[in-house]
Design a protein around this ligand. Structure first.
Ligand SMILES: *Cc1c(COP(=O)(O)O)cnc(C)c1O
Length: 223
């Protein structure tokens, strides 16, 4: 595809998502400024991220350390890079070199390692799935305990909670429960909502939505 056609395509889809974000916010008495749109560029080339940067986007999300490291070297420093993939202990040092916000911390051991690299912020990933189908995240029942340990890490401020609704669940219910639990703990930032469910997430209080395919198109390689 030639580059100007790709520019038009991304500009059009981005404008649609921004409109939907604003509509979802205003339908529940919120403003679009309360919601950070993270454009998930995983599996797409850095040229797409550059186009989106030129369209005004400053928040990008990646799931893999090597992809984030590469793209962050090429884009200007004014970008805030979000890591939302599964954390592997041996990658932590490298992730800390390029990411500004980590959305997927679910182990105190990993949190303690990230704490060695001041300047990062993070979300605790919560799991709402039955243990058998577990794909990462702190089970919601253990969250209070996890949080009481996590807040002792001086260099790693907890921003809030992140969740990906389990397959087959009702996303609105999941988002509402996670936000309620977070508020109980005194947290008011919630990273929740992807292409298919960001409107429901905004209604439930999301402050960060992570949107990939609605803007970039469907990914060839699954994440
Ligand atoms: C890939 C991914 C997204 C973006 O998903 P889309 O459905 O393409 O919007 C958001 N969050 C996480 C954790 C992801 O892995």
């Amino acid at each position: 595809m030639n580059s100007s056609r790709r520019e038009e395509e991304l500009a059009g889809r981005l404008a649609e998502v921004r409109d939907e974000l604003a509509a979802a916010a205003s339908s529940v008495g919120r403003t679009p400024e309360e919601i950070t749109l993270i454009v998930v560029t995983k599996n797409f080339p850095v040229s797409d991220a550059q186009i989106l940067f030129d369209l005004g986007e400053r928040n990008f999300g990646e799931n893999r350390d090597n992809e984030g490291a590469e793209k962050s070297k090429i884009l200007p420093d004014s970008v805030t890079w979000h890591f939302q993939g599964q954390v592997q202990g041996k990658k932590i040092k490298s992730i800390a070199e390029w990411a500004n916000v980590v959305h997927s911390i679910d182990s105190l051991e990993h949190a303690a390692k990230f704490n060695n690299y001041p300047g990062l912020e993070y979300f605790i990933q919560v799991s709402m799935e039955p243990a058998a189908q577990h794909r990462g995240g702190v089970p919601i029942d253990s969250l209070s305990d996890f949080y009481s340990h996590a807040v002792t890490l001086a260099n790693l401020p907890v921003q809030g909670l992140m969740v990906v609704p389990p397959l087959g669940s009702d996303p609105s219910t999941v988002f509402t429960e996670v936000a309620a639990k977070g508020r109980e703990l005194g947290l008011n930032r919630f990273s929740m909502g992807m292409s298919g469910d960001f409107r429901e997430a905004i209604a439930a209080g999301a402050t960060h939505i992570r949107v990939g395919s609605s803007i970039l198109g469907s990914r060839v390689t699954p994440a």
